[in-house]
Design a protein around this ligand. Structure first.
Ligand SMILES: N[C@@H](CCC(=O)N[C@@H](CS)C(=O)NCC(=O)O)C(=O)O
Length: 205
């Protein structure tokens, strides 16, 4: 299977980390988003949205990181994607929350405080930071409360849900995400951060 990826991206990271954790071999193809490679005709044909990651498994092409994670984890039985309907629904619940709510709290902080600096796009916009910070607290309270009673998001084991939600904390330190009051999130993230697959997919430099 071939993964078209951009290693610095949290969306790529959650997919790549799942593959590494499960011992699945991927043929990695680096797409240089900074050079606009995602918009070349060949890549647009694979993903008309012009984004990464993209998985190619023979004739089958799949984009959207969450769908790719589920497809990878469906290759053979494993704890990340248990077979029973309730566990799967619970995992999809957290993955849906991540896509709809957590991402939109974390991404603006990452963009304003990290991406803008790297790409020399100017100073963070205080209004965007303030709005994202408010959103972050609203969502982080829910996550922290859940993790007060659970070591992982679903059941008592690591699942795809943890990789999805943790991916948005990839830039929590340089993005100055306001995590001080959320000890359960920090303790849980430390567990994810200790995974070899998470270490191997950490952004370089
Ligand atoms: N919902 C998509 C988001 C993918 C996405 O936004 N990828 C970014 C990198 S993090 C990208 O390729 N951006 C290139 C662009 O927008 O031109 C997923 O989960 O895969």
């Amino acid at each position: 299977m071939k993964l078209y990826y951009f290693p610095a991206s949290p969306n790529t990271r959650k997919v790549h980390a799942v593959a590494l954790h499960l011992g699945l071999e991927l043929d990695l193809v680096w797409v240089n988003l900074l050079e606009g490679e995602q918009h070349t005709p060949a890549l647009r044909q694979l993903n008309p949205t012009g984004r990464t990651p993209i998985l190619q498994d023979g004739e089958f092409v799949l984009w959207e990181s969450t769908a790719i994670m589920q497809y990878l984890a469906s290759q053979h039985p494993n704890d990340l994607w248990p077979a029973d309907a309730r566990s799967r629904a619970d995992i999809v619940r957290w993955q849906s929350w991540q896509l709809a709510h957590w991402y939109s709290a974390c991404q603006p902080l990452q963009f304003e405080r990290v991406v803008k600096q790297v790409l020399q796009l100017g100073a963070p916009d205080p209004a965007i930071v303030a709005q994202a910070t408010e959103r972050f607290h609203k969502e982080a309270q829910v996550l922290n409360q859940h993790l007060a009673d659970h070591p992982y998001l679903v059941g008592d084991r690591l699942t795809l849900a943890d990789f999805s939600v943790a991916s948005d904390l990839t830039y929590a330190v340089p993005g100055q995400f306001p995590l001080a009051d959320y000890g359960h999130i920090r303790a849980w993230y430390d567990r994810i951060d200790a995974l070899p697959a998470w270490q191997q997919t950490a952004p370089q430099g």
